[in-house]
Design a protein around this ligand. Structure first.
Ligand code: XUL
Length: 520
């Protein structure tokens, strides 16, 4: 029969998961870590150095080169490319890639040249702002003001004007580099850019990832002319077409036949990582809320009807399986965890496990606001962590208390800022690298008073992308795919502990007051 590849272009790596439709199992996994495998891009964590802490960009050619390395790796893993029927994809959300008009004409993938040699001449901007960028506060306020206020933006696009979203980023680029903006024929999200590279021609944008641009109306899944005008001159002519996430965009370009692909491999539209994760954790219909503990920490769940966050931090996106989904995102996810681990010279075991054995839930009243980098939820542009508690903790001598304070803050903030979604989950599916940690998952179970289920596979975005590719072939529906691939490891389920739930219910008030005191 056949297999499907799902590729996830994340902040720090490019990962492929292959699902085999004979065995209905994951058959291959391969990963390219930019910092390790492509050091020449000088982006140890996938991001270019920048003196301004609010500016975060990456080199799009790094993702393109990683794609070639990834296919080589899959070959090394023994994948039979001749069985691959389709490819789906996922990418970090919101990042924008700027290309010259020639990109739209196609015919730029040439045998005998590397992928980067083919794509490099087509970039009208050598760097792509990514989701970690917070430099567009002024553009956000100005776009909202022109459109008559943040209410219009939230109700139309599902999100308040948001610093990292592509619209405000495009606005800043058009303002600061008008000559390069003029030279830009088409602006892609990272997802649609990578999909275009596979097709050898400019791909449409899927409704799901396009919801994270502050440009599309959720009502008709169409560009909103008022917002487009408020964002940048002549923007409509520079945006790709919008299509449902289940669309097969075309066939894989013959350029890739050297890996052994067939000539009829279908490429399904790529989407954002959180949207793919929703599918990969089996959360495509309402009832399952998910937490992804990765570079960013996110909380998401399917939604039947649009319900926007009055505080403006949360988002509503088009669910790739139909309907909508809610999402909240925290920038101080694994970067903050790595920072505390490194500052205190801890091993992962000391961080993930021992620290929780050595400290009590509630941390004896010690709390942290973990703003090691500018935060998204709540909005904090001047990065600086804040501490409250006893002097040992405040003098920052107790490494275990620091770890607990960080993780409790991450869980508290997620619980508090997900209140607008309405339904309180009884079960949470936790995914992403840090979901391995027993100690962390217990904190999330106790803070949410919900059972934490952990997936067999942590790579939910790439799994979701492979499942989307299979679904769009028309042979498998969501229910069948979910049953086969979204399997939880029951031995790793964690139940909330009643006593801890009480401690955290009380702490929620104090944490909320502390957060308000600092962020206003
Ligand atoms: C979501 C967000 C991040 C990125 C990177 O809004 O900004 O989760 O998708 O993973």
């Amino acid at each position: 029969m056949s297999s499907y590849i799902g590729i996830d272009c994340s902040t720090q790596s490019l990962t492929a998961v292959v699902i085999d439709m004979d065995t209905m199992r994951v058959s291959h996994i391969a990963c390219v870590t930019y910092g390790i495998d492509l050091p020449e891009y000088e982006s140890p964590q996938g991001v270019l150095a920048n003196a301004d802490p609010l500016v975060r960009r990456s080199n799009p050619l790094m993702w393109v080169e990683a794609l070639e390395v990834l296919f080589e790796r899959l070959k090394g893993e023994g994948l039979d490319f001749g069985r691959v029927a389709g490819i789906g994809g996922s990418a970090q959300q919101h990042g924008s890639v700027y290309l010259k008009g020639e990109f739209l004409k196609g015919d730029w993938l040439k045998e005998g040249r590397t992928l980067t040699e083919c794509v490099a001449p087509l970039l009208s901007r050598s760097e792509a702002p990514i989701w970690m960028d917070s430099s567009t506060f002024d553009e956000c306020r100005s776009i909202e003001a022109i459109c008559g206020g943040s209410d219009y933006m939230r109700k139309t696009t599902g999100s308040a004007a948001t610093e990292r979203f592509a619209g405000p980023q495009i606005s800043r680029f058009a303002k600061l580099e008008p000559e390069h903006y003029d030279d830009t024929g088409v602006i892609h999200l990272i997802s649609s850019f990578m999909c275009s590279v596979l097709l050898g021609t400019s791909a449409p944008l899927d409704y799901g990832d396009a919801s994270g641009m502050n440009l599309m109306s959720l009502k008709g899944f169409a560009w909103d002319p008022l917002i487009l005008d408020a964002t940048a001159p002549d923007l409509a002519s520079r945006l790709p077409k919008l299509m449902p996430s289940t669309t097969v965009a075309g066939v894989l370009h013959p350029y890739f036949k050297r890996f052994g692909f067939r000539s009829d491999v279908k490429v399904t539209l790529w989407s954002g990582d959180n949207l793919n994760s929703l599918i990969g954790v089996g959360g495509w219909k309402t009832g399952t809320a998910a937490i992804s503990l990765g570079t960013s920490d996110t909380y998401f769940s399917a939604m039947d009807k649009v319900n926007v966050d009055p505080e403006g931090c949360g988002h509503v996106f088009a669910n790739p399986a139909g309907g909508y989904m809610s999402l909240i995102c925290f920038k101080n996810g694994s970067f903050a965890r790595e920072r505390v681990r490194d500052d205190y010279g801890l091993s992962w075991k000391e961080f993930d496990n021992d620290a929780f054995q050595l400290t009590p839930p509630g941390n004896g009243g010690c709390m942290m606001l973990p703003y090691f980098t500018p935060e998204i939820t709540p909005l904090v542009l001047n990065a600086c962590p804040f501490y409250k508690g006893n002097s040992l903790f405040e003098s920052k001598k107790d490494a275990s208390a620091m770890v607990r304070a960080l993780v409790e803050a991450q869980a508290m903030s997620m619980r508090i800022h997900s209140g607008w979604i309405g339904s309180k989950p009884k079960k949470l599916r936790v995914t992403g690298g840090a979901s391995k940690s027993e100690g962390m998952c217990q904190v999330f179970a106790d803070v949410f008073n919900a059972t934490v289920e952990r997936m067999n596979l942590e790579d939910s975005p790439s799994l979701g992308a492979a499942m989307r590719a299979a679904q769009s072939s028309g042979e498998w529906d969501w229910a069948k795919l979910t049953k086969a691939f979204c399997v939880c490891d029951s031995s790793k389920t964690i139940k909330p502990i009643e006593r801890n739930v009480e401690i955290y219910a009380e702490m929620r008030e104090r944490y909320s007051a502390f957060e308000k005191e600092i962020t206003g």
